[in-house]
Design a protein around this ligand. Structure first.
Ligand SMILES: [Zn+2]
Ligand SMILES: [Zn+2]
Length: 108
């Protein structure tokens, strides 16, 4: 199954809401998205380990821009000017911070 959003909404500067085609709704803070940036300076390409220090992401980080990349991903520009990550919809769905998704993932 491919994860496709039905609608994408910016809620102010701080949050992004994605409603998926299966009616699931994900609400992300831009800070959270920044912390889960998949680009090569945030995640090691080979080991997939996070290089980014999450604590260093400013608490008041906000989103400058949200753009589509083809029909499979989103691109964000954050207020710290970081903007090299391509967020595939599968990745966005996988990191959904809602309670039921977190619970489904189980302890890691
Ligand atoms: Zn990054
Ligand atoms: Zn969820």
């Amino acid at each position: 199954m491919t994860n496709q959003p039905a609608s994408i909404k910016k809620k102010g500067n701080r949050e992004l809401q994605i409603a998926w085609q299966d009616d699931h709704v994900s609400l992300y803070s831009f800070r959270f998205l920044r912390q889960n940036c998949p680009c090569a300076t945030c995640v090691d390409e080979w080991t997939k380990k996070k290089i980014l220090d999450e604590e260093k992401v400013p608490l008041d980080l906000w989103g400058l821009k949200v753009e589509f990349v083809g029909n499979y991903a989103l691109h964000f520009t954050f207020s710290d000017r970081h903007g090299s990550g391509i967020y595939h919809f599968d990745h966005l769905r996988a990191i959904c911070p809602c309670n039921s998704c977190r619970a489904a993932e189980g302890p890691s």
